[in-house]
Structure formats: structure tokens, C-alpha cells
Design a protein around this ligand. Sequence first.
Ligand SMILES: C[S@@+](CC[C@H](N)C(=O)[O-])C[C@H]1O[C@@H](n2cnc3c(N)ncnc32)[C@H](O)[C@@H]1O
Length: 395
Amino acid sequence: MAIKVHIEETGFLKTEKAVKKAVQLIRRGLQKDDVIRSLKAADLPVSPEDIYEIGRNRIKARKKFSTGSKLFFDELGLRYSTPEAVADYRARRLRCRVIADVSCGVGGQLLFFARYCRKVYGVEINAKRAIIAALNARAMKANIQIILGDSLSDDVHNLLKDSEVIFSDPARPSIEKVRTVDNLEPNPGKIVERYKDITEKFAFELPPQMPPERVNKWLNGEKEYTSLDFKLNRLALYMDGLARCDVSAVSLPSEERVTDQDEAVNIESTSRIRSFIYEVDPAVVKAGLLRNLIGRLGFEAEILNEDKRRTLLTSDDKQDSAFLRKYKVRQITNFSAESIKQALRDIGAGKVTLRFSLPPFKYWDLRRELENGLKGDRWVHLFRVGERAILAERQ
Ligand SMILES: C[S@@+](CC[C@H](N)C(=O)[O-])C[C@H]1O[C@@H](n2cnc3c(N)ncnc32)[C@H](O)[C@@H]1O
């Protein structure tokens, strides 16, 4: 069954009023049950328990969304909703006349499709989330048709017949040893089967931990790894009608790109530390495009260290790229607390960020130990390469 979700203006205004009240009461420190008891739920599209949950999440959403104080989220909806910079980028890349997001959640991505596409459908199988998506569409005055239903069903398929692009950011199990496409809901392969009579333009969000070879076992197309503020954030798969290359990486917010079509160059490994070290954006590493990036930039650099968490390059040249974090090397010493502390004092350091893998509970112990007694004002970054400590400053 597929139901078109429509929220009347009066229903929207009453819900908004109730959420505002819940936010006030939560802020005043009232307990959950007391907040719920004080809410009048008559004629609202969601229950008082839901209003409480939306109120709590509205407080949190302010940090994640510039429009967070207007939006509606349930707990999972907020956790899964696409960050604004990514959602805006994705919507521009998929700009078309009619788009259908067939697993829209509370509509984080959907609201951005509405900015760039003339007609937007959002399908959601979970009733509460479908209503919340409709509330969000109203809150942002976005013209979106929300459909409550299973996107793999005939009923929903029949409502989406004029779609030019089918997009899905499927739900994934929270714990999984190896990320695969098999456990995604709705399953991307099934979505393609279901809608291939309507369009050949499909785009999916996949777990970003998946390397390109693993994606290729299931589905073909451009695999685009996206980093947001130097952290791997998304992997989008653009299938046939939308692909521009085989693998790409894009850095947000700058939108700098590298693809497998940029000429790859050979890059040597070294143990000799030069004037600068460069951290490589994890999206480039995951995409397997480091050699293409170096080729595109025409950068004379060598690999100093590669491990699970980070790849470090070293060079005497200054290079600017959103995919590279540049550090000027100040001192190199043995990796022992005493020598590192002496080097930090010599440099005039006041703070030190540790840029090597160690368990989170050890991070602050070591950082406190190293910072103890420092009187300088320089902020130093400490890298570990084998038994050597590199003290460097961000450029
Ligand atoms: C990761 S969330 C989407 C988040 C969304 N992109 C955003 O930015 O807010 C995935 C959603 O897909 C929905 N879903 C799972 N299977 C579905 C199906 N067969 N049809 C429609 N929606 C489905 C889940 O209920 C969940 O809300």
C-alpha cells in the first residue's frame, strides 16, 4: 500500500507549537513523563511521545543544521540525516526535472533536491518518519510529495513513473564486520530491478568504508568518495546514466575533485623526512587515487608512512590542495616522552596534537603528560614514523 502524506497548514502549526513547548520544558529541566503529560496531543499527526522525541532532537539538530531550529527529527532520523554540505553537493550533481528519493528518512537530503529539481518525491516505509519528512517539507516551504510505503512495491512504483533520477540512501545495520551491499534496506540491486523500466539514472549512498573493488562485485558505476572537513563522509554510486568516470574523490566544502582519469604517476616510499609533511585526505586514499592526485597536482613528493588511519607524504615543495594538510617540520627526535618534551620546550610549544594511532583512552593521558609544564604559545602536531617523532606546525 502507498499513501500520499499530506499535512494541513493547521496541523503543521499545531505540531510546531507543541514541539516549541516541548523544547522549552526540556530546557527547563522537566523529566520526560512530565513533558509528555503537559502536551495536548489532540489533532496532531504524531503522538505526545513523538513530540517529546522531536523536541529533544531539535535541540541537538541546531549543531548539525543551520535550519535545525525549524526542522523535525526522530532519534534515528537525526543520526542518519545527510549533512547540509553533502546534501547540497549531491542535489546539484543530480539536478534534473523529476527526482525520487526512495528511502528518504526524515528528508535531510530531500529538502536539498527540492532546491534544484522541479518535482521531488520522497518515499519512506516508516510511518513516523514519513510524517516527519512531510513536516520538514512544510517547515522549509518545499514542494515535495511524500509517500508512505515500500519503495519495492508495485503501488509505489506506479506513483513514480515520471521520475528521471532514482536516488536512495538506504538504511544499514549499525554493526557489521565487513560492509556489503547485501544488507542495505532497500537493497540497491532490487531498486535497480524495480525501476529500470522507468529510468537508467540511479544514484545510491553506500557505506564509505567499502573499497571500489568490493562495490564492483555488486553494482557498476562511478564510485565517488566524499570527505567533509577532511573526514571520509560518503560514498556515492552513480550508475550508468549518471557516471562520469570509474572512481572519484571530492573534498567538501571546497569541491576539489580527483578522478581515475587524472594521469597517475609513480610515487616512491622514503624514510627521509623533508621540510614538509602532508596528510592525505582519507577519501583519496579510500578511492585508491593518491597517484592520480599527485599526477594532477604535478607534486614532487614521496610516501613517508601509510597505515590504516593515515597516509603521510613528505616533500621540500609547498603544495596547496584541499586534499592535503600541510605541516612544516620543526624537529625530529626519538619517540620517547623525555626527548619529545625537550623538543617541545625548544620549539616554544604550548599545545600538542597527537597525529598517530593510539587507543582513545591513552590519547589524553599522553597529551596531558607532554603538555605538562609547557610555557610556549605554539601549537605543535606530533607524528610518529617508526621510532621517530616528528614535531611540525600546520601551515
Ligand atoms: C539512511 S535513512 C535516509 C536518510 C536520508 N537520506 C536523510 O538525509 O535524512 C534510510 C531510510 O530508508 C528507509 N527504508 C528502508 N527500507 C525502505 C523501503 N523498502 N522503502 C522505503 N523506505 C525504506 C528507512 O526507514 C530509513 O528511514
